[in-house]
Ligand binder design. Structure first.
Ligand SMILES: Cc1cc2nc3c(=O)[nH]c(=O)nc-3n(C[C@H](O)[C@H](O)[C@H](O)COP(=O)(O)OP(=O)(O)OC[C@H]3O[C@@H](n4cnc5c(N)ncnc54)[C@H](O)[C@@H]3O)c2cc1C
Length: 508
């Protein structure tokens, strides 16, 4: 290892390379409390050239490399699978390289966070449309593109952040650098369009979970933020999941251009309110499902017409509007005006404390289907009651199964974060290996159950990518093509080794 360390130090300044045990353990986890793998080295490169050299070295030494943006992956995407290898932390590469106000395109280094980028754009009256994920204050643009992220605001209007992608600069696993889209023509001065010059090679790297290349620069479309916006929050009647699905469908069928539309299921509102997560709704007598929308417009007349149409769908469904101000419980206003879209999930996941953390995954599913998935999550929870009781006995709080906020995204689809929230094996100063075993088994079980509803996981990390292979969810022809692409760009499988069970000649 010291030999590798010396070779890395010849590429990257010593200050930005570490084999220190504390640093390595800090990089051994993402968000979940179950999957851990301790890297041998952590490197924080400063530019594309350094990454090129690191990838060449990784190939010659046969060392796996795992790319990490904000490290906000919930399922072990940006840490080693098993122990060893290098974690490549991209967060030093966080510059805005160019803002092209004529063509409305921004080019950034991939390690920049959505928060930092949008703060800079806001000074020009611009935003990224889809504001990345709910973790956007720390999560990086490169991580978002590697995950098809949605959820940090604007995804009903703009879809996933990969929709806005114009072009990428990518260091291939073997160290060569390519650019995609308009820049695939070497005579093109600046990125201006994604599609053309042959197939959509940028698309190959979108949602690749960091296995096909290291994204170093990202060019995105940006949009003028419309001058008018309205936001309304509603309490919902019983059977709120079906009601919400009906509202989402009607919004799409009537072609109303909403910026965001979100549903919070009954259990989430109840537990969140009990645990002090939703102080805005303390005064509500009935803690049932909540629905909200945000619309934008270029004139007051356009805005009022959109609000009239939306209220015409929502109020007859027996939903009741809360007051207009944040203090009245208007979560939608907090979400849009005070960047609640980047705070909701952080609050949610810290809701119980003491290491109570989610074992989830995120998928897209057609609107009409999500109520039956939620019902099945309840059934699944009942089927695993005795495991849940074991965790309750040790950790004094029962795991909760369900979904986070459900968002309208592209087309007639929603984003569903589903799984259960539980304690890790370290609880109250003691180690409980039996909890680790239960958690991992249950996590796989719930992901398998949801996969069989035919959902589309839009980010997969370690656990979901391997589970899909293990349970045979990928048709063999599809998996063979993916394996062959991986083998072509990364013959030694150094990048993200083990995801999708792509190990090359290595083993865990
Ligand atoms: C509180 C919280 C809220 C969240 N909310 C949402 C949400 O609303 N919507 C959503 O979609 N997700 C959400 N997530 C999941 C996750 O944060 C996002 O998917 C996010 O986009 C990941 O970005 P990151 O920079 O943290 O990536 P990381 O976790 O560091 O990496 C994610 C994956 O991308 C790869 N990767 C990262 N950077 C690069 C690069 N430059 N080149 C190649 N591969 C790379 C990694 O290897 C890994 O496979 C949330 C997570 C948390 C903790």
């Amino acid at each position: 290892m010291s030999d590798l360390l010396d070779k890395v130090k010849a590429i990257v300044s010593e200050k930005f390379v570490s084999d220190n045990i504390y640093t390595r353990h800090a990089y051994s986890r993402n968000v979940d409390p179950v999957l851990q793998g301790v890297p041998d080295l952590v490197i924080r490169p400063k530019d594309t050239r350094e990454i090129t050299e690191i990838m060449k070295l990784a190939n010659s030494e046969d060392v796996p490399v795992y790319v990490r943006g904000g490290g906000d992956c919930e399922f072990g995407g940006s840490k080693p699978i098993g122990d060893g290898g290098i974690v490549l932390d991209m967060k030093r590469m966080d510059a805005i390289l160019n803002l092209d106000p004529d063509n409305l395109i921004v080019t950034v280094e991939a390690g920049i966070s959505w928060g930092k980028l949008n703060e800079a754009l806001s000074k020009h009256g611009l935003y990224t449309g889809c504001m990345g994920p709910g973790s956007g204050m720390t999560a990086s643009v490169g991580g978002g593109i590697s995950h098809h992220s949605v959820g940090g605001g604007g995804c009903a209007k703009y879809g996933a952040c990969t929709n806005q992608l114009v072009g990428l600069e990518v260091v291939l696993p073997t160290g060569e650098v390519i650019e995609t889209g308009s820049r695939a023509n070497k005579f093109t001065a600046a990125p201006f369009n994604r599609f053309g010059n042959g197939p959509d090679l940028a698309g190959l790297f979108c949602g690749d979970n960091g296995i096909l290349g290291v994204k170093t620069c990202v060019s995105l479309r940006v949009f003028p933020r419309p001058p008018f916006a309205a936001y309304k929050t509603f309490t919902m009647p019983r059977k709120s999941a079906d009601v919400a699905a009906g509202i989402f469908t009607a919004i799409r069928q009537k072609g109303i251009d909403v910026y965001d539309a979100m549903y919070l299921m009954d259990l989430l509102v109840q537990v969140g309110a009990e645990k002090g997560m939703f102080p805005l709704w303390d005064a509500l007598k009935k803690k049932r499902g909540i629905f909200f929308y945000t619309v934008e417009a270029n004139s007051e007349a356009e805005l009022s017409e959109k609000v009239r149409q939306l209220d015409g769908i929502i109020l007859p469904a027996k939903c009741e509007a809360l007051g207009p101000e944040i203090a009245d419980g208007n979560y939608a206003k907090w979400h849009y005006v005070e960047q609640g879209h980047w705070q909701t999930y952080h609050n949610l996941w810290g809701v119980v404390g003491g290491g109570y953390e989610p074992l989830t995954a995120e998928c897209f599913t057609p609107i009409k289907q999500f109520p039956s998935i939620l019902e099945d999550l309840d059934i699944w929870d009942g089927e695993h009651a005795s495991d849940m009781e074991t965790i309750l006995k040790t950790c004094t709080f029962r795991p909760i199964t369900g979904s986070g906020p459900i968002l309208l995204v592209d087309g007639c689809n929603v984003e569903l974060t589903c799984g259960f929230t539980t304690f890790g094996q370290y609880f109250n100063g003691a180690l409980h290996p039996e909890i680790e075993e239960i958690n991992l088994r249950l996590w796989k079980s719930i992901l398998e159950r949801v996969t069989k509803h035919g959902v589309q996981w839009y980010m997969m990390g370690d656990i979901t990518s391997r589970l899909m292979v293990d349970i045979g969810a990928f048709p063999p022809e599809y998996l063979a093509l993916l394996r062959s692409i991986k083998g072509t760009v990364d013959p030694k499988h150094v990048l993200g080794r083990g995801k999708y069970n792509f190990w090359g000649s290595a083993t865990l």
